[in-house]
Design a protein around this ligand. Structure first.
Ligand code: NAG
Ligand code: NAG
Length: 286
């Protein structure tokens, strides 16, 4: 009796953790509505922001989509590359500013001092296909930047949000997350640093989720499970050992625990292999 209610508790904890992780917003499970597909993405560590991009190192063309979610009030947002420094001064920004008529103005603005009002101007590199859209509390800016490879593919990036007064952009807050919104992006390795929570395997994530997109239901659930399982197991183990929540497992012998671990491990590997081959199959349909 005690054992089975314990088991139930353990299962609920486990399912709760998996659900929580699966529902956490990450860039790799975001689906763009139309033609815009990007090879890589990063979850930026502050300001509910994500950067999606495709880089062609021979042409130097960087196609980006910067997304800022959870915008509960009208705000301007900006994403910038800083070719000369790591902070705000020198940043070459693409800006999106909501207009009173509901449209969004997208433009470029080079930042030469802290006193900027983000006035429009040409950047130090070429920008094309610039546009922005606001929907469901989310702003997206699309642009193609011409950035020949330098510095091993590393670029310094900055992003921001701030309030509006009519059509005027007010300065962004100068504390909290608004001064932590810098990170280094490596265009060649698809990894980010500089305090950013990099999504190391975002490329794989995109492939897996785009495949899952063709097979709704089961495979999506499988993908979500595969992605969340290792970290869910880690958190579960933490509760299990440190808090003693799941004493039903604790009373088992070490050997039984090992068998349990190995079984889960092998199942995950087998599912992952099946997933990859099913995925490849669909990608090359002959
Ligand atoms: C990358 O750019 C080069 C040079 O402009 C071009 O020939 C090539 O097709 C591009 N690659 C992709 C994948 O678009
Ligand atoms: C931008 O592109 C134009 C041609 O499309 C070229 O003449 C110009 O040099 C480029 N500017 C920079 C800064 O690369």
């Amino acid at each position: 009796m005690a054992k089975s209610s314990n088991l139930l508790l353990c299962l609920s904890v486990f399912i709760f953790i998996i659900t929580k992780l699966a529902l956490a917003q990450t860039c790799s499970n975001y689906k763009f509505s139309s033609k815009n597909l990007f090879e890589s993405c990063n979850d930026l560590h502050v300001l509910d922001s994500f950067i999606h991009y495709t880089y062609n190192s021979s042409s130097g063309n960087l196609q980006v989509a910067y997304r800022h979610t959870d915008l509960t009030s009208k705000k301007w947002v900006a994403w910038a590359v800083n070719p000369t420094s790591t902070g705000m001064v020198g940043a070459q920004a693409i800006v999106a500013s909501p207009q009173p008529d509901g449209s969004v103005r997208a433009y470029t603005s080079p930042v030469s001092s802290y006193q900027t009002s983000l006035q429009e101007g040409d950047l130090s590199f070429n920008v094309s296909e610039l546009s922005a859209a606001y929907q469901n509390n989310e702003m997206i800016i699309f642009a193609t930047l011409t950035l020949p490879v330098s510095n091993g593919g590393n670029i310094n990036t900055v992003w921001q949000d701030g309030s509006l007064s009519g059509n005027n952009l007010l300065p962004h807050p100068t504390s909290g997350n608004n001064i932590r919104s810098v990170s280094t992006l490596n265009l060649l390795s698809a990894a980010s640093g500089g305090g950013g929570a990099g999504a190391g395997d975002s490329k794989l994530g995109l492939q897996v989720s785009s495949w899952a997109g063709n097979q709704p239901g089961f495979s999506l659930a499988l993908t979500v499970l595969l992605v969340s399982l290792p970290s869910a197991l880690q958190q579960f183990n933490f509760l299990w050992y440190k808090l003693g929540v799941c004493s039903v497992f604790k009373t088992q012998t070490r050997a039984q625990v090992n068998i349990y671990h190995h079984t889960i491990g092998y199942t995950v590997i087998i599912l992952a292999v099946v997933n990859v081959f099913k995925g490849l199959d669909i990608l090359s349909p002959e």
